[in-house]
Design a protein around this ligand. Structure first.
Ligand code: COA
Length: 371
């Protein structure tokens, strides 16, 4: 068995940011128009008027202050409330592959790797641009990588599940180095007309290089262990799929976008994640108090504070559990990797844990030691 190390990470941030103020102004204008258009039904008690969203609620409930998106205008247009993404021909690089390739180049440069030294590509994300061919194969081709590539989806947990697959391939000698990418256009699976969730998501792409320690050109992080777990739940769900057209369903298609029971998710997932990380560390004869940094999935600030508090038995500092969701919002599979990319400055010998969690339910942890 070889030792697997993470030697490079990359990040692509879309050029447009939407502040909570802009988001709320657009939603409230949408609600005003909808209420005016349905005034008679509302007066007769047949429909409920849409209530306003508020910046104060969003910041208090989630910690999110803004999000980056691939298209701002379409999302903020009260007559549209959805990003506008021009279709591309089959001969052009697709939008998600393009984001992934940008992040990947960053990660390869950080690792000091050329494409002919990579043997596999994994695209691990919540939403793929299409059913097939795999996004990962398009990224592989665009970068000029040989070997294999495949897509995988474990929703917000996809990155840690992807790192485990990459690390296993490296450990077994099936690949010298594997590139994992996490392109996320969450703005396209979000119902921007629903005030309960319109503030949650943002768009981004991240990339990670996992390779053999004995071949690595940079110090990087030794992968001490990975652990994955899943328990079925309907509390985060999206029913969009290829059978939709066979279902002859018209009218309310709300379930074909992201839907969640936020309160239940919060209550059920926090203890699950804290126990998962603690027991994973325990199996490696490590203790949370010895961990310098927890790069947690970025969905909700209070959630991360609670998980870190359960682990450390005290409040965590921002250095111990970095926060990027204030700027990026929830970027699904990419969140914990953005935190790792931007706050990965540990000293030799120090320990860190990447943990992602979300729909499934699913939770993954990767225990790292800086070399
Ligand atoms: N502006 C103002 N008020 C709002 C609002 C908005 N944008 N959205 C909801 N509200 C209202 C609700 O209608 C509710 O009013 P009520 O008490 O009169 O019924 C109240 O605020 C509380 O709403 P609730 O949805 O219970 O808030 P919350 O404190 O649970 O926060 C989340 C909502 C989504 C931020 C939070 O539950 C969460 O982040 N959960 C975890 C989600 C998660 O990690 N998911 C993983 C996704 S991958």
């Amino acid at each position: 068995m070889h030792q697997a190390v993470i030697t490079g990470t990359g990040l692509y941030t879309p050029p447009h940011a939407i502040s909570n103020e802009e988001l709320v102004a657009s939603f409230n204008e949408y609600a005003r128009r909808w209420n005016a258009a349905h005034a008679d039904e509302i007066a007769r008690g047949e429909l409920s008027a849409l209530a306003d969203s508020s910046v104060e609620f969003i910041e208090k409930a989630s910690g999110i202050k803004q999000r980056y998106v691939v298209d701002k205008e379409g999302i903020l247009d009260p007559e549209r409330m959805c990003p506008r993404i021009e279709p591309r021909s089959n001969e052009s690089l697709s939008v998600m592959a393009e984001m992934a390739v940008t992040a990947a180049r960053d990660a390869l440069a950080a690792a000091g790797r050329s494409v002919d030294e990579i043997d596999g590509v994994i695209c691990a994300a919540s939403n793929m641009q299409r059913a097939y061919p795999a996004m990962a194969i398009e990224v592989q081709q665009a970068l000029g990588i040989q070997g294999w590539a495949f897509d995988m989806n474990v929703a917000c947990s996809s990155a840690t599940f992807g790192i485990e697959q990459a690390a296993n391939a490296v450990k077994l000698g099936n690949a010298r180095a594997v590139l994992m990418v996490n392109p996320e256009i969450c703005s396209a699976h979000l119902e921007w007309r629903d005030r309960d969730c319109h503030f949650i998501f943002g768009d981004v792409a991240t990339a990670v290089v996992v390779e053999r320690a004995d071949l690595a050109k940079t110090a990087g992080y030794e992968v001490l262990g990975t652990r994955l777990a899943t328990v079925f739940s309907n509390n985060i769900r999206n029913n969009a799929g290829f059978l939709n057209r066979a279902e002859d369903k018209n009218g309310d298609l709300r379930d074909k976008l992201f839907v969640q029971e936020g309160r239940k998710v919060f209550k059920e997932v926090c203890p699950m994640v804290a126990e998962h990380i603690a027991s994973h560390l325990g199996s490696l004869e490590l203790h949370p108090s010895g961990v310098k940094r927890f790069w947690l999935h970025q969905a909700n600030l209070s959630m991360n504070q609670l998980i870190a508090k359960r682990l450390l038995e005290r409040e965590a500092t921002l250095e111990e559990a970095p926060v990027i969701l204030d700027r990026y919002a929830n970027t699904s599979s990419a969140g914990s990797i953005i935190a790792f990319h931007l706050h990965g400055d540990l000293a030799g010998g120090e320990l860190g844990v990447i943990s992602s969690f979300g729909a499934g339910y699913s939770v993954g942890s990767v225990v790292l030691r800086k070399r």
